[in-house]
Design a protein around this ligand. Structure first.
Ligand code: NDP
Length: 246
């Protein structure tokens, strides 16, 4: 399916690495004007070298005030498409979860999604031309995974945030959906699943028998951003080879 985003303005968070970076590049290839947001300057420099049309914004999304200053509508201009992709993950057994890790993960994985979406959706509402938002959730929002207490909790919260945003923003023709991938071997994926024995415990529960590729996730994000999904809002779309169905 050909996707065309010419004339559309997209903002992708966590665009320095992994899925976010590939999403930003794919959107630019499909004609969108892309603003790429992340916190490591070197990642933005290499992204702009790879695709000079991309506009870089360097900010730590865990910092509410800095995010406000960097991403206000009057600073970044109109946005039609938002991908809330930035997230962090730290593995800790339940009994060893620390308040610091809890706050860090909820700050980035949930609170920053709410905040960036508020900033962007206010502009969408004012302009009255609608928009589309995709949140990067996970299979971990719906299944308990060993040592993933906080990560699972943030993604469960994110799925519910997606639904309430879909409910409240629908009247402004703003669609809000999430994609919920299985493991993808990015930097984050390697953190939990690089050990082959551990990886097998997961792939053996996936009917298609493999992890997802970055491209599998990007294709679903682009579909949910595009007019091809114009009647779809409030869904959590698994990109998991059937894991959540079993
Ligand atoms: P990566 O860790 O590879 O990339 C995450 C990106 O987000 C990095 O560029 C990182 O920047 C950025 N980021 C993290 N924290 C912040 C912050 N506070 N402010 C600004 N930018 C930040 O992750 P993936 O590409 O693997 O994951 C992308 C999304 O997909 C996440 O939401 C993740 O939860 C989800 N997902 C991933 C899966 C996987 O197995 N990989 C499976 C299911 C879902 P920096 O490096 O500078 O911190």
């Amino acid at each position: 399916m050909e996707m065309c985003f010419s004339g559309r303005r997209a903002l992708v968070t966590g665009a320095g690495k992994g899925i976010g970076r590939a999403t930003a590049l794919a959107l630019a290839r499909c004609g969108a004007e892309v603003t790429a947001v992340t916190r490591t300057r070197a990642d933005l420099d290499s992204l702009v070298l790879e695709c000079p049309s991309i506009r870089p914004v360097c900010v730590d999304l865990a910092d509410w005030d800095a995010t406000d200053a960097a991403l206000r509508d009057d600073v970044i201009g109109p946005i039609d498409l938002l991908v809330n992709n930035a997230a962090c993950a730290t593995l800790q057994p339940f009994l060893e979860v620390t308040p610091e890790e809890f706050d860090k993960a909820f700050n980035v994985n949930v609170k920053a999604v709410l905040h960036v979406s508020q900033l962007v959706a206010r502009g969408m509402k004012t302009r009255g031309r609608g928009g589309a938002i995709v949140n990067l959730s996970s299979q971990a929002s719906q299944r308990a995974l060993q040592d993933h207490t906080v990560y699972c909790a943030t993604k469960g919260a994110l799925d519910m945030l997606t639904r309430v945003m879909a409910l409240e923003l629908g009247e402004h023709q703003i669609r809000v959906n999430s994609v919920n991938p299985t493991v993808v071997m990015t930097e984050m994926g390697r953190l939990g699943w690089r050990d082959p024995d551990k990886a097998r415990t997961m792939t053996s529960r996936i009917p298609l028998g493999r992890f997802a590729e970055v491209e599998d996730v990007v294709n679903s994000v682009l579909f949910l951003l595009s007019d091809k999904s114009s009647m779809t809002s409030g869904v959590t779309l698994p990109v998991d080879g059937g894991f959540l169905a079993c």
